[in-house]
Design a protein around this ligand. Structure first.
Ligand code: RP5
Length: 164
C-alpha cells in the first residue's frame, strides 16, 4: 500500500504537525506518523526511513524546529520526495528552522513549505498532489476541494461585500 509518512523531531512538534493528519484523514489518504530526531535519534531516523520506503512510503513529510536537519536527514536516506515543515520555537522563533530546512545543497532536494500550521497543512496537500499524479480518484477529490475553496471565497465575500 502506498502511503505518506509524517516524521517530527519532538513531541513538542505534534501540536502543529497534527494539522497534516487532519488533512490526510479528511481525504482518506493512508499515513504513518512518528517522532524521530535527526540529532537525538539518528539511527532510528535512518532505520525508519529505509523500512518505511520498503513498505510503501511514497512521500515523506518532516517537521522540525531550531537547527532543523530532520528533512535533510530523511532526504539523505531516500529518493522519495521529502517535504520539510520548519517549526517555530527557540530564540530565533523559526527562522533558524526555515533556513536549516530550505538551504539544502544541490542534488539533495527538500521541498520546504511555510513555517508552522499553514506549512503543515500545505505539506499534506503537496504530498497528496504528488500521490495524485498516479491516482485519479485522489486527483478528483483535490479538484473538488479547490471548487469548494473558491465557493467559500464568494460566500465569505457576500457577508461583507458592497459595490458601487
Ligand atoms: C527539534 O528541536 C524538534 O523538532 C523541536 O522542534 C525542537 C525542540 O525540541 P524539544 O526540546 O521541544 O524536544 O529537534
Amino acid at each position: 500500500m502506498k502511503f505518506i509518512s509524517i516524521v517530527m523531531g519532538s513531541k513538542s512538534d505534534h501540536e502543529v504537525m497534527k494539522e497534516c493528519v487532519n488533512i490526510l484523514e479528511k481525504f482518506y489518504v493512508p499515513y504513518e506518523i512518528i517522532i524521530s530526531s535527526a540529532h537525538r535519534s539518528p539511527k532510528r531516523t535512518h532505520d525508519y526511513v529505509k523500512d518505511a520506503e520498503l513498505r510503501g512510503a511514497n512521500v515523506f513529510i518532516a517537521g522540525a524546529g531550531m537547527a532543523a536537519h530532520l528533512a535533510g536527514a530523511i532526504a539523505a536516506n531516500t529518493t522519495k520526495p521529502v517535504i520539510g515543515v520548519p517549526l517555530r520555537g527557540g530564540a530565533l522563533d523559526g527562522l533558524d528552522a526555515l533556513l536549516s530546512t530550505v538551504q539544502m545543497p544541490a542534488g539533495m532536494p527538500v521541498a520546504t513549505v511555510a513555517m508552522g500550521k499553514a506549512g503543515a497543512i500545505n505539506a499534506a496537500y503537496l504530498a497528496m498532489q504528488i500521490l495524485a499524479l498516479e491516482d485519479e480518484d485522489l486527483r478528483a477529490k483535490l479538484q473538488e476541494d479547490r471548487v469548494l475553496k473558491a465557493k467559500k471565497v464568494e460566500i465569505d465575500s457576500k457577508e461583507i461585500e458592497k459595490f458601487l
